[in-house]
Design a protein around this ligand. Sequence first.
Ligand code: TXA
Ligand code: MG
Length: 330
Amino acid sequence: MTTVLHLTPDRPEPDLIADAAACLRRGGLVAFPTETVYGLGVDALDAAAVRRLFAAKGRPADDPLIVHIASLDALAALVAAPPPAVAALAARFWPGPLTLVLRRSALVPDEVTAGLDTVAVRVPAHPVARALLAAAGIPVAAPSANLFSRPSPTQAGHVLEDLDGRIDLVLDGGRTQVGVESTVLDLSGDVPEVLRPGAVTLEMLRPLLPDVRMRVAAAAPGPQRSPGLLTKHYSPRAPLTLYEGPADRVLARIRHDADLAQAAGRRVGLLLPDDDAAVTAARLYAALREFDAAGVEEIFASLPMASDGLSQAVTDRLRRAAAGRVVHCG
Ligand code: TXA
Ligand code: MG
């Protein structure tokens, strides 16, 4: 049985938070809102509980988890010799949607890191997440609270769609603000690399990390530094085809292909990003799930026009959802 608790997003009820924190300390699986997407939390130091989490999500064990902590103070126990940049990054971006990959300490179970010698850590900003972490007093490993390969949840209802009956508790704190997952920044190598783009952009990192760069995803399958960057990810049930190129060509081609599909009796969904990439990011995953709910059989999508702010993150997620079905126009 999965229990749902409704919280006031910006002033979460302390008694409900205490119940959820106790559940986590008992090894329970608790879904909670962060500012990015809903996470499925578990005591990061309880290896058996972490294995239950992988089973509940249907997630392959070689995909490591992000450990969520209440504040920078909790980092020291989890990592070995953090580089000097960490203090400045934390001061600027925590709490917030930035995950740091650092060399790990012996305290972190292999189940959390998938056996890697690094651990991913972040301090989330959502008041419910902050209250939960403070009350639990333990590091909380939390992947996005969806079934493996499904779009990440941005509402409690999405969590229940995927995981009702498979987890102990859902804290319903309304819709998440950012809508796409945190920026993952790897500080364990010689050059700082963004493994997954998010709301904290390269441009925002560069003043603190002048040599930071985007990691180019490995083309071939096989062992990867961030297995969550596999192509099949964030997918709706209907196949999504992504149209890339000049806006006028893209629109003409989408209209043509959508007309053909409709004439063939297929239910079609169109995903055309807003001018403001932040708006698109906030709605993206809910839109993909709405297509599924509406019985859409084929989705045609275009990329955001701008290339600043959250557009990189939206582009990244759309390319993954397309899983190679890309039409280059003109
Ligand atoms: O915004 C977020 O990050 C959300 C909320 C819940 O915090 N969490 C999230 O977790 O998106 P998940 O598990 O869906 O994605 C974690 C990503 C994956 O791409 C994973 O491969 C990568 O972080 N990751 C975790 N540990 C890593 C490590 N040690 N080295 C490289 N990548 C790592
Ligand atoms: Mg995920």
